[in-house]
Design a protein around this ligand. Structure first.
Ligand code: PLP
Length: 410
């Protein structure tokens, strides 16, 4: 056992099922452990490091801002927060942004917005979907449509119902006089890379319009470039606009930052929705931290300047089609949207020690490839948006070797 592993075992609360790997540093699409072993990193910190590790311009932006001002609280205004809010509104639509520190907190904010919106009519019900993942706070585990995150944590926050993902009829039937909002991942990430259909999202929009409800997209994993578009939902329904969007992960290349956007639309006589959370209604000490926002601004600037949305589309197609082209009976399906790619392993995957996904990911690690499990049987490929064709070809060749190992295991 490494010294790090011993220290973790002794001093860190064991909430995470970690792999046996101690990472020391990263550069671009690669990471190294303390023994100098090199890994091709196609997990990017679970869809976080959109520009790869240690991007020199992000490092410089963080240094520069840290030397000027690290924190001053939300009692005052700072430049990076205003500039990043403006940029996020430009890429999303007319509205306003609130900054927090994680994806769960971003969803918490949207949930509070829904509750405040519903307070005048006495509505508080929020519909979410099976297989979804919205974070680990009490409200977010209540919203998440997976039992495993809720186990032993009751009583949960009341008011959430989970409906079958993609079943518009079930949603229509579930809407009642208490329902105030729908929260949905346009592309389910932790659930195993499942894109919603365009018709499903359009149907949810129509239902919300019909009943005066709010439609929220959780874009924590699929937003801000991963799918090859600033707006993840554009991959399936570019013609609709939600009332709120949550972000985190790729927004600042690993610097902790979350945010949610709220539409300017006025839905009732209380004026623009984005002004409903007024002074004193919501907040967080670190929200909109100048260093985190400077990192976020630089991320968005580089994605735009280096045409990385196009790169995510073109190389995402290349990666997905290369994986589909592997002659392995162990791949049942490859689901993809830009560089958000899930390999569904076959249901007759050879007997494994834990789950098929964990076994494949662990073996991949031993061969120098980092990929991410989702559930029991999906392996996710989430490389940085500036990944190269050569790096993709290397990853696919390694993955082919990995599958052959299982295919030939008696
Ligand atoms: C879609 C989605 N929403 C919310 C979250 C929670 O984000 P965080 O871990 O930053 O709280 C995640 C994290 O995986 C996610 O994938």
């Amino acid at each position: 056992m490494s010294q790090l592993a011993e220290d973790y075992a002794q001093f860190v609360i064991p909430t995470y099922g970690r792999f046996d790997l101690d990472i020391e540093r990263g550069e671009g699409c690669h990471a190294w452990d303390f023994a100098g072993r090199k890994f091709l990193d196609f997990g990017a910190g679970i869809a976080v490091c959109s520009l790869g590790h240690a991007h020199p311009e992000i490092t410089a932006a963080v240094h520069e801002q840290a030397a000027k001002l690290v924190h001053t609280s939300n009692l005052y205004r700072t430049g990076p927060q205003a500039r990043l809010a403006k940029r996020l509104v430009e890429v999303t639509g007319e509205g306003k942004v609130f900054f927090c520190n994680s994806g769960a907190e971003a969803n918490e904010g949207l949930i509070k917005l829904a509750r405040r919106f519903g307070s005048v009519t006495g509505r508080s019900g929020i519909l979410t979907f099976t297989g979804s993942f919205h974070g680990r706070t009490m409200a977010c585990i209540s919203a998440t449509g997976q039992e495993k995150v809720k186990k032993d944590f009751g009583p949960l926050l009341p008011g959430f119902r989970h409906l079958p993902f993609g079943d518009l009829k079930a949603v229509r039937e579930a809407v009642d006089s208490d329902t105030v909002a729908i929260l949905v991942e346009p592309i389910q990430g932790e659930g195993g890379i499942h894109p919603a259909s365009g018709d499903f999202l359009r149907g949810l929009r129509a239902l919300c319009d019909e009943h005066g409800m709010l439609l929220f997209f959780d874009e924590v994993q699929c937003g801000l470039g991963r799918t090859g578009d600033w707006c993840g939902w554009h991959a399936v329904a570019a013609d609709i606009q939600p009332d709120g969007v949550s972000w985190a992960k790729g927004i600042a290349n690993g610097f902790p930052l979350g945010a949610f956007w709220v539409s300017h639309r006025a839905i009732d006589n209380r004026g623009p929705l984005c002004d409903l959370l007024g002074a004193g209604s919501h907040g967080t000490t670190y929200g909109g931290n100048p260093v985190a926002c400077a990192a976020g601004l630089k991320v968005l600037e580089i994605i735009e300047r280096d045409h990385l949305l196009e790169n995510a589309c073109i190389l995402g197609d290349h990666l997905a089609s290369s994986l589909r082209g592997l002659p392995s009976p162990l791949i049942a399906e490859v689901r993809a949207s830009g560089l958000m790619i899930g390999v569904q392993l076959a249901s007759d995957f050879p007997k494994t020690t834990r789950t098929p996904a964990l076994d494949v990911v662990t073996h991949a690690m031993s061969l120098g490839l980092l990929v991410i499990p989702a559930g029991d049987s999906v392996v996710r490929f989430l490389p940085p948006l500036n990944v190269t064709r050569q790096e993709i070809d290397m990853a696919v060749a390694k993955f082919s070797e990995i599958l052959q190992h299982f295919d030939s295991t008696p």
